[in-house]
Ligand binder design. Structure first.
Ligand SMILES: Nc1ncnc2c1ncn2[C@@H]1O[C@H](COP(=O)(O)OP(=O)(O)O)[C@@H](O)[C@H]1O
Ligand SMILES: [Mg+2]
Length: 376
């Protein structure tokens, strides 16, 4: 096990067309000993580059990487004691599962054939693939192949696991199952793990903590609940959560916010607004409810989810989404009125995106007090 410290990591690529690309910009991040940290962000934000830098597969432009206070910045990948699992886990087609799992050890370690076999047996047992050891990759399902790829990493008994979107090639159901298995496995092995994904649902479900990146820069690190409830900026608020937070620009008039489609809301105090004349307003779909009076919106689609309904609406020229009680099913084109608590409201600076106000109390909620509107 190891603690990983990234200190002002910067990685530039030079591209013949685009010139200098800053893939990772002055990234500071500590991964705690034994932690499962998920690095999440949109495609191209620098996740893979960060992970490859930790692995030693990329040489950083500047900054320092340490494992337990030992500087590894200039160490080659094979001297860093990390095992990496990729999205494309090419197995050797002509080797059976046992040989696939043990192959790396055979090349890189001094272990005897017997010792390698024993490690392979243990890993296979852990992954529930003992009965597949004599099979060839072509006889395995996608999920089984992914387990073999994990087995290759586990037998190396590394200080650090690095995983780059390892579940992306699996179908949704298997992915959900493998998520749970991977977490269990990581807790069992207690190996410091950095797991990369572009899927915020996966990040929320798996990480002890989540590090959100955008455009080469680290935005925020925290538990799933922290990044969800108290995002440091509009990007994090928007990226984390599904369906996404409702966001729009409002004009400030004293304590009152004026938004699209006649939206108007009076805050109890203007404090968070400072002297701004415009702010970005954010409301999570689960914090909206249908009320008798409030701001009007026009229903476009109702999606039943079983335990709740997703209600899609237009508020002026803006799309708005609410998560409401499954018994509430307004008709398309119906006009509804929306209410929410001030405690659940998010406000962001319109220019910088910095959070001015996040959720202030426990606002899990929302039994809908919907009353069908008279015909409109
Ligand atoms: N070898 C490379 N040469 C040039 N540019 C690269 C190279 N690898 C990555 N990049 C660029 O660096 C940025 C970050 O890429 P990457 O780390 O792969 O992002 P992610 O994994 O988050 O999708 C992108 O703009 C990508 O095009
Ligand atoms: Mg990537």
């Amino acid at each position: 096990m190891a603690r990983i410290d990234l200190d002002t990591i910067r990685k530039e690529f030079s591209d013949p067309d685009a010139g200098t690309i800053v893939a990772v910009e002055d990234l500071d991040l500590t991964v705690r000993d034994g932690e499962f940290l998920v690095l999440v962000g949109p495609s191209g934000c620098g996740k893979t580059t960060t992970l490859r830098s930790v692995a030693g597969l990329e040489e950083v432009t500047s900054g320092t990487i340490t494992f337990d206070d030992a500087d590894v910045t200039d160490l080659r990948a094979r001297d860093r004691d990390v095992a990496m699992v990729f999205q494309n886990y090419a197995l050797y087609p002509h080797m059976n599962v046992r040989r696939n799992i043990g192959f790396g050890l055979r090349l890189s370690s001094e272990l005897s054939g017997e010792e390698i076999d024993q490690r392979v047996d243990e890993a296979a047992e852990m992954l529930g693939i003992s009965e597949l050891l004599i099979k060839k990759p072509r006889d395995l399902s996608g999920g089984q192949q992914q387990r073999v790829a994990l087995g290759r990493a586990i037998v190396r008994d590394p200080e650090v696991f690095l995983m780059d979107e390892p579940l992306s090639n699996l179908d949704a159901k298997l992915r959900a199952q493998m998520r749970t298995e991977l977490q269990e496995l990581q807790h069992e092995l207690d190996v410091t793990t950095v797991y990369v994904t572009h899927d915020q649902t996966e990040a929320m479900a798996m990480g002890d903590r989540i590090a959100v990146m955008n455009d080469g820069e680290l935005q925020q690190v925290g538990t799933a609940e922290e990044v969800y409830r108290t995002p440091e900026n509009e990007f994090v608020a928007d990226f984390i959560g599904s369906p996404s937070i409702n966001l729009f620009t409002a004009e400030v008039d004293g304590e009152t916010l004026h938004g699209p489609g006649g939206f108007s809301y009076r805050l109890s105090e203007a404090g968070p607004l400072g002297d701004r004349d415009r702010v970005r307003v954010g409301i999570r779909p689960e914090d909206l409810r249908l009320t008798e009076s409030g701001n009007e919106a026009t229903v476009t689609v109702v999606e039943p989810m079983g335990n709740e309904n997703f209600l899609y609406m237009r508020m002026g020229d803006h799309d708005v989404t609410a998560r409401i009680d499954p018994s509430v099913r307004p008709d398309p084109d119906e006009t509804v009125t929306l209410g929410f608590d001030e405690a659940s409201l998010y406000l962001f600076d319109a220019a910088t995106g910095d959070a001015l106000k996040t959720k202030t109390e426990d606002t899990d909620v929302a039994v809908s007090d919907y009353v069908a509107s008279d015909s409109t």
